[in-house]
Design a protein around this ligand. Structure first.
Ligand SMILES: [Fe+2]
Ligand SMILES: [Fe+2]
Length: 358
């Protein structure tokens, strides 16, 4: 039993009271800019470089963002021979340069530069490089969220000693439900659902306790089906940019477009030469990778110059607006945790000055 003294109770209570105010200070101190040169220098040492991660001091809690580099003929990380790997973490991969294919839950998906791949949670997947030039790709994954909630599982083909479920037989390998193939202690009990049926017709739409509980029992199987039915690839050629108060935007991976994500969302934004995005702020995390162009951003009270290859990390609820001062159209790859925050109900977006893109 955990025994806590009065002083500690008071200390813990005051931590809650102070948290919001102190978090503002943590956000203010969090880095907002990662220059391309910093990443390039690290890529000389290692082929897989974390750009944004809470472990690197960023005040971003739910997802990380990193770059991968492969030479011609070099196999990709998590390629594997049969399985590759699977994880209880959402992953969206952006192909910056090169081409190849992924095998996800037994289905082969070719991809090329500009495409996005959205890997369904706990589906086995492996990626293969077929490029005749250097392969460069970026990944955003919800590892930090899954680790903070204690549900992160990474089952890697090359590290079976760390498997939690996959070694338990063929069924455990096939299911997209962690632990889904295991019977409860004492064996699986078949439930006669008629026993819990309401006696007469319900007078209102309010479900019974048994109905709520059976929804819970059935959830994982239905979720597995939703994962298998979801879209996996966003083709660059299918992206359609259209106007919004924030500028010209093309949503890529989004719950509203048939991708089965609960935490991550991915979009592309464009600012023509000499023009600006809108200004807004929102209660969700945002990471912007600059695919092309140059300019500057106002992030709360900071002015930040950027160019192709840089990354901007927008603190939660910080006002931000981007200005293209270069000759070419600026294009941003934008990852957010908007779906996650929508499900918590805390989300709030405020629009300031509208974009100028004409
Ligand atoms: Fe993966
Ligand atoms: Fe934003």
């Amino acid at each position: 039993m955990v025994m806590v003294e009065k002083a500690q109770h008071l200390k813990m209570k005051m931590e809650h009271v102070r948290f919001g105010k102190e978090e503002l200070e943590r956000r203010r101190k969090s880095p907002v800019h990662v220059p391309a040169e910093h990443v390039a220098a690290q890529l000389k040492e290692h082929y897989h470089v974390y750009i944004v991660d809470p472990r690197l001091g960023f005040n971003q809690r739910t997802f990380r963002f990193w770059i991968n580099f492969r030479s011609v003929g070099e196999e990709m990380e998590f390629s594997g021979k049969q399985l590759g790997h699977r994880h209880t973490v959402e992953a969206v991969i952006y192909i910056h340069q090169g081409h190849g294919y992924s095998v996800i839950d037994g289905v082969k998906y070719p991809w090329e530069a500009g495409d996005l791949i959205c890997v369904p949670v706990f589906a086995w997947h492996r990626h293969h490089n077929e490029s005749s030039e250097d392969l460069i790709y970026f990944a955003a994954t919800t590892g930090p969220f899954s680790m903070a909630t204690g549900i992160a599982l990474y089952e890697e083909e090359n590290y079976p000693e760390y498997w939690v479920f996959a070694q338990k037989g063929e069924e455990a390998m096939k299911t997209l439900i962690p632990g889904g193939a295991e019977a409860p202690p004492g064996g699986k009990v078949e439930l006669d659902q008629t026993r819990w049926k309401p006696k007469g017709p319900r007078s209102s739409g309010v479900p019974t306790a048994a109905e709520i509980y059976f929804d819970q029992l059935n959830f994982a199987q239905e979720e597995e089906k939703r994962r298998r039915d979801s879209k996996v690839v966003v083709r660059a050629k299918d992206l359609e940019f259209s106007p919004t108060p924030m500028g010209r935007v093309a949503y890529g991976v989004d719950t509203k477009l048939g991708y089965h994500v609960k935490v991550l969302g991915t979009l592309f934004a464009e600012i023509p030469s000499g023009k600006r995005s809108g200004a807004h702020r929102h209660i969700y995390e945002e990471t912007n990778y600059i695919i092309s162009g140059q300019g500057y951003s106002i992030i709360e009270d900071q002015k930040c110059e950027w160019k192709k290859g840089d990354t901007l990390v927008i603190p939660v609820f910080a006002w931000h607006q981007h200005f293209n001062t270069g000759k070419e159209t600026a294009r941003f790859l934008v990852h957010t945790n908007r779906p996650c925050m929508e499900s918590t109900g805390y989300i709030h977006t405020q629009q300031g000055e509208p974009a100028d893109y004409d």
